[in-house]
Design a protein around this ligand. Structure first.
Ligand SMILES: C[S@@+](CC[C@H](N)C(=O)[O-])C[C@H]1O[C@@H](n2cnc3c(N)ncnc32)[C@H](O)[C@@H]1O
Length: 355
């Protein structure tokens, strides 16, 4: 049951322990020493005091790691992450206990019964920006209505791949009884599928926030009867064959020693073989398997492998019907940093059928 799903949210830190505080009168150098010794600092008085300490921390680490080499940059980031997470802020009655602070609706939604507690300042910044996106909504060129992405859910910031899918859907003339959207995220592809007249879409995601967020977004509307959700790996509980399966998978192979593993961005070596095996069983004889991908991993020299080309060459299950490509203007900073490559990024829409 979706109502039993547990949302992914920052873990509250118990308040009460005596911590040094930081405000405009505090000596910055001293505050940074406290952090470097592994001790927390509590932001008091104004929200902007937290922003100011973060700025000072950046400046301090920039001096310490002046080099721009990949390794130095990585050390800089990992130290910044460690120290900034020791900067804490107090939450009282679902509000930040400092002046001139943003109001963040997630605090009430996520911690209805938790009294006073602490979160780290970067966590609060993450909650705050996600709340802005959620409230204001995001306009997507191929959709009539705005998306309201839930906290911790992937949503598109570039749209070339959605245009490719839109053009394909426009020309699709097969039956439209049902489709499966693997890794539904904030639901863009499913909304496009519904827009083009499919009666039913079955979506899955391994991220509980994606499922909770979409259930919340659809509420009890007509849409909620068209898009059914399941929290689960790949096809989840969907066993029935459909005429369309779509998957916009993570585009980069997971690297060892990675600082963070984000399942919307990085795939492990089993993901594609398992996906194609499952798709083989669930695609109707005349059905279409549509995958969205990009050459990002190849042009950044992360890997020479292309999981879809691999499947076509060695899988023995599917054959290529068409592959559409579209050049992307600027690389998303969020996806990959500190990599320099020529502006040759392309998104790809692969259409496969049974062999
Ligand atoms: C690149 S995002 C695409 C989201 C959405 N379909 C879109 O096009 O905007 C990939 C999504 O797949 C989900 N995902 C990753 N591994 C998965 C798996 N094994 N099973 C189901 N979903 C998965 C991620 O949580 C994420 O929401």
């Amino acid at each position: 049951m979706i109502t039993d799903l547990e949302v992914n949210k920052p873990e509250p830190i118990a308040s009460g322990k005596k911590t040094e505080s930081f405000n405009r009168e505090t000596d910055v150098q001293h505050a940074i020493e406290v952090l470097e010794a592994g001790n927390p600092i509590l932001i008091t008085e104004f929200y902007s005091n937290g922003l100011s300490l973060l700025r000072q921390l950046h400046a301090h680490l920039n001096k310490k790691h002046p080099n721009t080499s990949f390794l130095e940059q990585r050390m800089y980031r990992s130290e910044y992450r460690k120290l900034s997470n020791l900067i804490l802020i107090e939450i009282v009655d679902h509000k930040l206990a400092v002046k001139k602070a943003p109001s963040i609706g997630w605090l009430e939604k996520f911690y209805p019964e938790t009294g006073d507690f602490l979160l780290s300042f970067p966590q609060v910044q993450g909650l705050n920006s996600a709340w802005q996106w959620y409230q204001k909504g995001v306009s997507i060129p191929v959709l009539r209505n705005k998306l309201h992405p839930y906290y911790g859910t992937y949503f598109p910031t570039r749209f070339e791949h959605l245009v490719l899918f839109e053009n394909w859907l426009k020309r699709y003339e097969g039956p439209k009884k049902s489709a499966i959207d693997v890794g539904i995220g904030s639901g863009v592809l499913s909304l496009q599928i519904v827009k083009y007249g499919f009666q039913k879409v079955f979506g899955t995601d391994t991220n509980p926030n994606a499922i909770i967020g979409l259930a919340d977004f659809m509420g009890d509307t007509k849409l909620s009867r068209k898009i059914e959700l399941d929290f689960g790996h790949l096809f989840g509980r969907w066993e029935k064959q459909t005429e369309l399966i779509v998957f916009n998978p993570p585009w980069l192979p997971e690297l060892h020693n990675l600082d963070s593993i984000d399942e919307a961005i990085y795939y492990n070596e089993n993901l594609f073989p398992d996906f194609f095996a499952g798709a083989k069983e669930r695609l109707l004889p005349e059905g279409k398997l549509v995958l969205i991908f990009s050459n990002l991993a190849q042009i950044t020299n992360v890997t020479k492998e292309h999981p879809i080309e691999n499947e076509l060459a060695n899988g023995g299950r599917f054959q290529l019907e068409r592959c559409f490509k579209k050049t992307v203007k600027a690389a998303s900073e969020k996806t990959i940093r500190d990599q320099h490559w020529r502006s040759s990024e392309e998104v790809e829409l692969w259409v496969l059928t049974h062999k």
